[in-house]
Design a protein around this ligand. Structure first.
Ligand code: TXA
Ligand code: MG
Length: 314
């Protein structure tokens, strides 16, 4: 794709207005959310959405999440069962995405959904994401702002390293505090967990009052972005390591100290917030990356999901 000079913007209201004008003009703007930095485009503008795929080098069949300012706006795009109301009430604004059937006359580009009859939609909690949605006044399609298949960005510097020269602007508002992407729940039929993420399975099931299905038991197409090799650093990754072998750096957790430690006290929220940043740092050492075991509960499930993909053969 042609080179574009990338502007660096702050979270000031004047800069948010500039970012909104760029979106309005069909340009790509990266902005912070509480999960990871998103690569935003006007979800109604097919030319803009097509550039998202080009900038990321993303396979075209992979649909995007649309970001809106409130549950009311979300309910204007998709059918809205009781389960959606319950989950939106409990977790929006926040790191949860709902997949629901699109309503007719939605006006979104078919590239956003890759032609599927459903839409993945979420209301982000980050104040700067909310300010941008308010200033822009429309739906923003935004995948994570990384080249396809690479580690997701949790700082503006990560976005710059992956996408500078390919997008019009980056709004820098510091590191993302959740650090793993949103949890994706398909509500077309019995609630199905398509992707582990920032809201835990346990939290969602407590609100629903039932357990969620796995994509395999419901026959739902797995979230297309759920390819096995994903979130991959350049170096290979070895999981469940308790010590570094020769030529490895060790990413620790709890008592497994490591060169960097995701959370010496064993706090999974702290570990999630640090995960991608530490992987970016360790990747820069050009050594193999060994990772300590992470308990597979709560946010640990999202962390292990990302680590499994980072370690998958490519
Ligand atoms: O936290 C997040 O969700 C971040 C921030 C920027 O909001 N966004 C994000 O987007 O992770 P992305 O594009 O990297 O992941 C979107 C996921 C993909 O796995 C995609 O296949 C799935 O959402 N998805 C999108 N539309 C879908 C649909 N209609 N049905 C099933 N899965 C869908
Ligand atoms: Mg992504």
């Amino acid at each position: 794709m042609p080179y574009r000079s990338t502007k660096y913007l702050t979270a000031s209201q004047a800069d948010i207005l500039k970012a909104a004008d760029l979106l309005d003009a069909g340009e790509l703007v990266s902005f912070p959310t509480e999960t990871v930095y998103g690569l935003g485009a006007d979800a109604r503008n097919s030319a803009a959405v097509a550039q998202v795929f080009a900038a990321k080098g993303r396979p075209q069949f992979n649909p995007l999440i649309v970001h809106v300012s409130s549950a009311n706006v979300a309910a204007s795009y998709v059918q809205w069962p009781n389960t959606a109301e319950l989950l939106a009430d409990a977790f929006w604004p926040g790191p949860m995405t709902l997949v629901l059937p699109l309503k007719p006359g939605h006006g979104l580009s078919p590239l956003v959904t890759s032609g599927l009859p459903t839409l993945a939609i979420r209301v982000p909690a980050h104040p700067t994401a909310q300010a941008l949605l308010a200033a822009f006044g429309g739906p923003v399609a935004a995948p994570s702002a990384n080249p396809s298949g690479r580690i997701s960005p949790t700082t503006a510097a990560h976005v710059r390293a992956g996408l500078a020269g390919r997008i019009s602007a980056i709004v820098d508002d510091g590191p993302c505090n959740v650090g793993v992407e949103s949890t994706i729940v398909d509500l077309q039929a019995a609630p199905t967990l398509l992707r582990e993420g920032g809201v835990t399975r346990e939290e969602i099931e407590a609100v629903l009052g039932c357990s969620m299905k796995e994509p395999a038991d419901s026959g739902v197409l797995t979230a297309p972005g759920q390819m096995l090799s994903h979130y991959a650093p350049n170096a290979s990754v070895r999981l469940n390591a308790t010590e570094a072998r020769r030529g490895e750096v060790l990413l620790g957790f709890g008592d497994v100290q490591g060169n960097l430690n995701l959370s010496p006290s064993g706090d999974l929220a702290q570990a999630a917030a640090r995960l991608f940043g530490y992987l970016h740092q360790m990747d820069a050492t050009e050594q193999l990356i060994a990772v300590a075991p992470i308990p597979n509960v709560g946010l640990g499930r999202a962390i292990n999901d990302r680590l499994k993909r980072a370690a998958a053969p490519r």
